[in-house]
Design a protein around this ligand. Structure first.
Ligand code: S3P
Length: 172
């Protein structure tokens, strides 16, 4: 297994913001998979969903994971919220390093992403219902894919990063 730290979890869990802080604190580079995919495709995630479809985006995620597995070590990697849903991706994640699930509740997601227009899967009429349904489907999968689970509700980013640092060492 490689020595990357990979953050998984639902949209709005804080994967990118915690990833940025943790990368700084640990002196590791941060790789944000959504950003890498956007740069490679020359399109935003929303454009990829709209023009090529979700399935094409999912294939790109798997391709990016394979590439990271060949090229990357010692990094913090933040992932898109749907990435662990493919079994193939979970296998790749396990080889890529320590998988950390940032677990968040639906209410926090809704508060954080109330005005968000960048997540195609949340542009639903009943956002609350969509979030609850996706969380029910996804949380067991995230739990299964993770080496470490951190509940993020009610914690500051600094607290979450400290917890990640501490538990990464004690629960290896
Ligand atoms: C998705 C999450 C998004 C992005 C895409 C699909 C998902 O990333 O990959 O919109 O299926 O949950 P974030 O989790 O960074 O918002």
């Amino acid at each position: 297994m490689k020595d990357n730290v990979i953050l998984i979890g639902f949209m709005g869990a804080g994967k990118t913001s915690i990833g940025t802080r943790y990368a700084k604190a640990s002196g590791r580079p941060l790789l944000d998979m959504d950003q890498l995919i956007e740069a490679e495709a020359g399109m935003s995630v929303s454009q990829i969903f709209a023009q090529l479809g979700e399935e094409a985006f999912r294939k790109t995620e798997t391709g990016m994971l394979e590439k990271l597995l060949l090229e990357t070590d010692g990094a913090v990697i933040s992932t898109g919220g749907g990435l662990p849903m493919r079994e193939e991706n979970r296998r790749l994640l396990a080889e890529l390093g320590t998988v950390v699930f940032l677990r968040v509740t639906g209410n926090t997601v809704l508060a954080r992403l109330a005005g968000d227009r960048t997540r195609p899967l949340l542009q639903a009429e009943d956002k609350k219902e969509r979030v609850e349904t996706l969380l029910r489907q996804r949380n067991p999968v995230y739990e299964q894919a993770a080496h470490l689970i951190i509940d993020v509700d009610g914690k500051t980013p600094a607290q979450i990063v400290r917890e990640l640092e501490r538990r990464r060492w004690s629960e290896r």
